[in-house]
Write a protein that binds this ligand. Structure first.
Ligand code: MF3
Ligand code: CO
Length: 291
C-alpha cells in the first residue's frame, strides 16, 4: 500500500511539483481500475524521465553489441567466441554483462541453438553450422540501469520451416508491440502474440516469460503470452517490460538440463525461436528501448 500524499506535498515522482498538479490524477485513474478488480502497477516500477535516460544509455551498449554480432556471426564460429565478444565489447563501453553471475549463471550471454529454448551456455564445443538458427540474448548493466534484448540469426541457408519459425516469431513480437499503450492491459499484448503463433501451428512456452526491467534485471510484472485481452496488469506511462515469446515449432513442453539447471530444451527436439524487445509505455503508445 502506498503512503498517502497530501495534495500540496511534493509529488512522489521527484519532479519537485505539487502532487495535485503532477501525479494525483494519474494515481486516481489507476486506483479506479484497481477497484474494478484489475492488477495495477505499483509506483516503484514506474520510471522517471531521469531513470529512462539512464536505461537508454544502457540499451545503447546492448544494441551496439547485438549489431556487432549480427554483422559477424557465421558458420564455423563457436558460441564461446560470441560470449567473448559480448564480454569485451560491453566492458570496453563501460557496462557489465547482466547475465554474468546472475543467480549463478556462468557466462556473459545466452546462446540458444535450434531446439534450445533459452539460457543456452556459450561453449567451445558448439560450432555454428549452416542451417542452424540461434538466439543471442544480451543484457547490460550501466550505472545500475538494465537493458535486455535478443535476436535470432539464421546461419547460412536454413530450411524454409526454420526460416518461417524465425519470421513468425518476429511478427508475434511486432503484433504484441502494437498493443502496448497506456490504460490498456498486458493481456491485450499477450493475446496478440499468442494468437499469431497458434494461427501458424506453433506453440508458446508457458513457464518462461518476459519481465519488468530497468532498475533491476527482473522486476514486476511477469509477462505471459497466455493471457486474454482485457486481463492481466494495467499498462501506464513509465512502465517498462520485455516482450520475449519463446515459440516452439512443435509441442509446448520443455525441460531443463539437469546437469546444469539452466539450459532449456524442447521436449520433442523440434526448434524453438525467440526475439526479445524492451519497451516503454509512453503517454500515447510505446517506445522501443532495446531490440
Ligand atoms: N536475457 C534473459 C532474460 O530475458 C536472461 C536470463 S537470466 C540469465 O531474462 F542469467 F541467463 F541471464
Ligand atoms: Co528478458
Amino acid at each position: 500500500m502506498a503512503v498517502k500524499i497530501g495534495r500540496n506535498d511534493p509529488c512522489w515522482c521527484g519532479s519537485g511539483k505539487k502532487y495535485k498538479v503532477c501525479h494525483q490524477a494519474f494515481d486516481d485513474r489507476i486506483e479506479k481500475v484497481r477497484q474494478q478488480g484489475h492488477k495495477v502497477p505499483s509506483r516503484d516500477i514506474i520510471k522517471t524521465p531521469e531513470q529512462i535516460e539512464g536505461i537508454k544509455a544502457s540499451a545503447k551498449i546492448n544494441i551496439a553489441v547485438l549489431d556487432y554480432i549480427e554483422e559477424h556471426i557465421h558458420a564455423g564460429m563457436t558460441t564461446a567466441e560470441i560470449d567473448k565478444i559480448v564480454y569485451d565489447m560491453t566492458t570496453s563501453m563501460g557496462g557489465i554483462p547482466a547475465p554474468l553471475n546472475f543467480e549463478g549463471y556462468p557466462y556473459s550471454v545466452c546462446t540458444s541453438v535450434n531446439d534450445q529454448v533459452c539460457h543456452g551456455f556459450p561453449s567451445e564445443n558448439v560450432v555454428l553450422k549452416e542451417g542452424d538458427i540461434i538466439n543471442v540474448d544480451c543484457s547490460t548493466i550501466l550505472n545500475g540501469y538494465f537493458s535486455d534484448s535478443s535476436r535470432m540469426f539464421c546461419i547460412g541457408e536454413v530450411s524454409p520451416e526454420k526460416r518461417k519459425l524465425v519470421e513468425v516469431t518476429k511478427e508475434c513480437v511486432e503484433l504484441g508491440l502494437k498493443e502496448v499503450k497506456p490504460w490498456g492491459f498486458l493481456g491485450d499484448m499477450g493475446q496478440a502474440v499468442h494468437d499469431h503463433a497458434y494461427a501458424n501451428g506453433y506453440t508458446i512456452v508457458r513457464e518462461i516469460g518476459g519481465h519488468g526491467i530497468g532498475l533491476q534485471f527482473h522486476e514486476d510484472p511477469w509477462v505471459s503470452y497466455n493471457t486474454k485481452r482485457g486481463t492481466d496488469m494495467l499498462m501506464v506511462p513509465g512502465m517498462m517490460f520485455t516482450i520475449e515469446p519463446m515459440v516452439n515449432m512443435g509441442k509446448v513442453e520443455i525441460y531443463v538440463d539437469s546437469e546444469n539447471d539452466w539450459e532449456v530444451y524442447t521436449e520433442d527436439g523440434l526448434p524453438s525461436a525467440q526475439w526479445e524487445i524492451q519497451v516503454l509505455v509512453t503517454e500515447d503508445g510505446y517506445e522501443v528501448i532495446s531490440w
